[in-house]
Design a binder for this molecule. Structure first.
Ligand SMILES: [Cu+2]
Length: 616
């Protein structure tokens, strides 16, 4: 009897293992990147797009699969493709962050991204990680649960009738690379976009756009899984559906406890999966999204709301029910949503909070000023300078001769420095508007924080009020993290540590640090390589709101970064920089002279100390 039971169990185990092995497949796609002419707002615009569509194609895999994507660049620009939220365990060469993990794929060249997708499922996305090309080069990346012989899709919630990606995007009647470069050259915030959109369609509140509107047909009484992705470059977004609530079940491809809400708040880079049930009278209902402006003084011009329509089968209504969104500036609505989510402890792929911390960091995030180098000494940016941004008053610059990961792997010095500080160089009242010149300017360089393999890192992100307070969505490449707590004002360790949720915090790859507030995260650095951590607002990262982690190799063969693939893009057409002389120190902590009015300041940063003196 016992013997027959054990042979039965053995047989079951073999069947289960065989089905799991059979389910791990190689999923192969090609993305052809080239120019495409698209008409919105009665305007023909040439954009860069993938496979001739905007947004680009949805890529679907199952957890446990290997994804292979051939990216062929027929566009006139350099490009790289980032798989946002993918762990890239031992496959850092496929992370796709330009000059961080690879040099860009130049026009006429190609690169094959190859990586395993293990230990994560839900909604992620892929996007260009080069200049502002992600505005038009992006798409959904959906990871289904590993097929289970017993249930087709073993979700930790009722199986939806249908699944629908909802990608929020931003549209310029202009070449986005020109828009960014003009802003950078003058030192101001680049031009505001002309429209926002849902799945590439701007909606009927914009001119010439009555039919340029996303429509979702639903069957009454059914439940749909909406996979919402914020691919907008520069705005956090409020989203809702008229007369309906939705139930959040996951964020950033991590399951949450169910949270019923009428408003979804989503920062650039984030995803939110919600269940939507068509349980209202047969008719049609708007869905709408508009920016959440966390900057108190921003005055939006023109219409900034994009709408789509949900039409119930059998509806004869021609006037959809209208939505009610919060005001543009509703910090408390945003905070309520962000702070109410909790992780589904013990759900699929749940990771408990590591309780022992190896490295504590306190990182200020905010804007700065950059001295104006024009002949007149006056630039149109803040305080007559140029807009800049920093973490811990270190303003990040990507290298442009070799990727940081190549420098890490081959031991090339001079590409980055491992002196990113654990704390800001000076303490101040972070969240009160301060125009103190001694820390208004942040030195520029490729500053990196070095970690040992498997270090557990806790970071307090503290928003500053320099130039302005603004909520910055901080995205970490290569890792998920637990969001332990968040709040407004200056972080107070004694009081605020008591608010940490170490039982079931939400797990994310992008956290919106509250405007004039703080957020605390914790993660384990279990993946060797170079991992960017940056603001996902695309007017902030290029001016320096970033750093990176260098995670050392581990002690075993399975914890060492493998060599790069043979087709890793070269940085220059004819020249292999790895055989050339090492570039001379591009990173220097000293900052050049600059002038403002009659006074001239000289600023140096010496081991965490600012010397600020007036020159005679
Ligand atoms: Cu930002």
């Amino acid at each position: 009897m016992a013997k027959s039971l054990s042979s039965f169990l053995l047989a079951c185990t073999i069947v289960l293992l065989a089905s799991l092995l059979a389910s791990a497949t190689i999923v192969e796609h090609s993305l052809y990147i080239k120019n495409l002419t698209v008409n919105h707002l009665c305007h023909d615009q040439v954009i860069v797009a993938a496979n001739g569509s905007f947004p680009g194609p949805t890529i679907s895999v199952h957890e446990g699969d290997t994804l292979v994507v051939h990216v062929v660049n027929h566009s006139p620009y350099n490009i790289s493709i980032h798989w946002h939220g993918i762990f890239q365990l031992l496959s850092g060469w496929a992370d796709g962050a330009e000059y961080a993990t690879q040099c860009p794929i130049r026009p006429g060249h190609s690169y094959t991204y190859r990586f395993n997708i293990i230990g994560q499922e839900g909604t992620l996305w892929w996007h260009a990680h080069s200049s502002w090309l992600r505005a038009t080069v992006h798409g959904a990346l959906i990871i289904y649960p590993r097929p289970n012989p017993l249930k087709r899709l073993p979700y930790p919630f009722p199986t939806p009738y249908e699944e629908v990606p909802i990608i929020l995007g931003e549209w310029w009647n202009a070449n986005v690379i020109d828009v960014l470069n003009e802003g950078l050259a003058i030192g101001i915030t680049p031009n505001l976009s002309d429209a926002l959109n849902i799945n590439g369609q701007v909606g009927d509140l914009y001119k010439c756009s009555n039919h340029d509107m996303y429509r979702l047909k639903v069957v009454p009484g059914k439940t749909y899984l909406l996979r919402i992705i914020n691919a907008v470059l520069n705005h956090q977004m409020f989203f809702n559906i008229a007369k309906h609530t939705v139930t959040v079940v996951a964020v950033d491809a991590s399951y949450t406890n169910r949270y019923v809400t009428d408003i979804v708040v989503i920062a650039p880079g984030q995803t939110v999966d919600v269940l939507f049930t068509s349980n209202q009278p047969i008719g049609s209902y708007y869905m709408a999204a508009q920016p959440y402006y966390s900057v108190p003084r921003v005055i939006p011009f023109g219409n900034r709301t994009t709408r789509g329509i949900i039409v119930y089968e059998g509806s004869t209504s021609s006037t959809p029910m209208k939505t009610a969104l919060p005001s543009y500036y509703d910090d408390s609505a945003a905070f309520k949503f962000y702070n109410s989510l909790t992780g589904l402890a013990d759900g699929p792929h749940w990771v408990p909070v590591p309780l022992h911390v190896d490295k504590y960091m306190f990182i200020t995030v905010g804007l700065n000023n950059e001295p104006c180098k024009s002949k007149t000494g006056k630039c149109p940016g803040p305080l007559g300078g140029k807009v800049s941004a920093s973490m811990n008053n270190h303003s990040f610059v990507l290298p442009n001769t070799l990727s940081m990961l190549q420098a890490f792997y081959y031991g090339v010095s001079g590409i980055y420095t491992t002196d990113f500080p654990d704390y800001p160089p000076f303490k101040f009242d972070y969240t009160n508007l301060s125009l103190n010149e001694s820390f208004m300017f942040a030195p520029k360089g490729t500053y990196v924080k070095k970690l040992n393999y498997n270090d557990v890192v806790e970071i307090v992100f503290q928003n500053t009020a320099m130039i302005e307070t603004e909520s910055h969505p901080i995205h970490l490449h290569g890792f998920n993290f637990h969001v332990l707590a968040q709040g407004f004002g200056n972080y107070n360790a004694r009081e605020d540590r008591t608010k940490f949720n170490i039982v079931n915090p939400q797990i994310r790859n992008t956290v919106a640090v509250p405007s004039g507030g703080w957020a605390v995260i914790r993660f384990q650095a279990n993946n060797p390589g170079i991992w960017l951590m940056h603001c996902h607002v695309d007017r902030h990262m290029p001016v320096g709101l970033a750093t990176a982690f260098e995670v050392k190799n581990g002690p075993t063969p399975s914890s060492i970064l493998p060599p790069p693939p043979e087709d890793l893009p070269k940085c220059f057409e004819s020249d292999d920089i790895l055989n050339s002389p090492v570039p001379s120190q591009p990173n220097s902590l000293s900052y050049p002279n600059f002038s403002r009015g009659r006074r001239s300041y000289y600023m140096e940063l010496n081991v965490g100390r600012i010397a600020h003196r007036e020159k005679k």
